[in-house]
Design a protein around this ligand. Sequence first.
Ligand code: ADP
Ligand code: MG
Length: 287
Amino acid sequence: MIIKIEDLSYIYNQNTPFEMKALDNVNLVINEGEFIGLIGHTGSGKSTLVQHLNGLIRPTSGRVIVDGMDTSGDKKNLLKIRQKVGLVFQYPEHQLFEETIYKDIAFGPINLGLNEEEVQQRVKKAMESVGLSYEKLKDRSPFELSGGQKRRVAIAGVLAMNPKVLILDEPTAGLDPRGRDEILGELKKLYEEENITIILVSHSMEEIAMLVNRIIVMHKGKVAMDGKTREVFKEKKKLEELGLGIPQITQFMREYRMKGNPVDDTVITVEEAKNELIKYLRSKGND
Ligand code: ADP
Ligand code: MG
């Protein structure tokens, strides 16, 4: 277990006319090595929840424990918590500010007090992790880059802190298909190659199906569903009640099955569907 969330509630603007309960008694355990998809309708509390996980927001009531440390506890632990849990905000490129890409990514590691050589290694590795060429780009201004590349610089800045847990709040929002696919591919590779736990907030069921092994569904500040990716996507009706859907390919296979083709309709990716259809059509051919 790396993160434990106990009876967490959070109220924005408490005791004012604008009071808003954003999280309502959330209990969750996040284990090391999980790749979690956090989904839910707009306003369901996803961003508020993830900001609790690195101590950026403190609970109104309840507790968040990161690697044994309470985010509301000793102030000196907060720095350690921020180091362990890296949070990539929505539209993180808005927070780029240095004149070169190198300086931007190095900002966190320098603040950790690492020496120049260590900082340089961190920056290089982080840039490579997100598919940016260190030699070509390190001295360029982040503001000259495309939207997708800027976002990758911002992600590299978080990765350069060597977090144990990486949280990304809608990292592909507003990107073109190419920028989106590049970031998703890099996340997949990062998860496979590094000893890291990832929490991905996303609107896209396709992205979620392709990457994660557990889905947590938020609804009105509560955890509405929590389970293995495939199990959660079997619950089409329940997801629809929560304003969500299932991957398009799963929907297609369900409809194909209802038309009298007994295929496995619990597949969640195009690759799985392809294999299932080939198997089915071959068996039909043999009848
Ligand atoms: P999500 O990320 O799932 O869209 P949020 O965590 O952003 O949800 O929001 C949860 C609820 O809290 C929403 O009703 C939202 O309007 C409210 N909220 C979010 N941020 C603030 C804020 N800074 N001040 C007041 N209310 C907020
Ligand atoms: Mg949000």
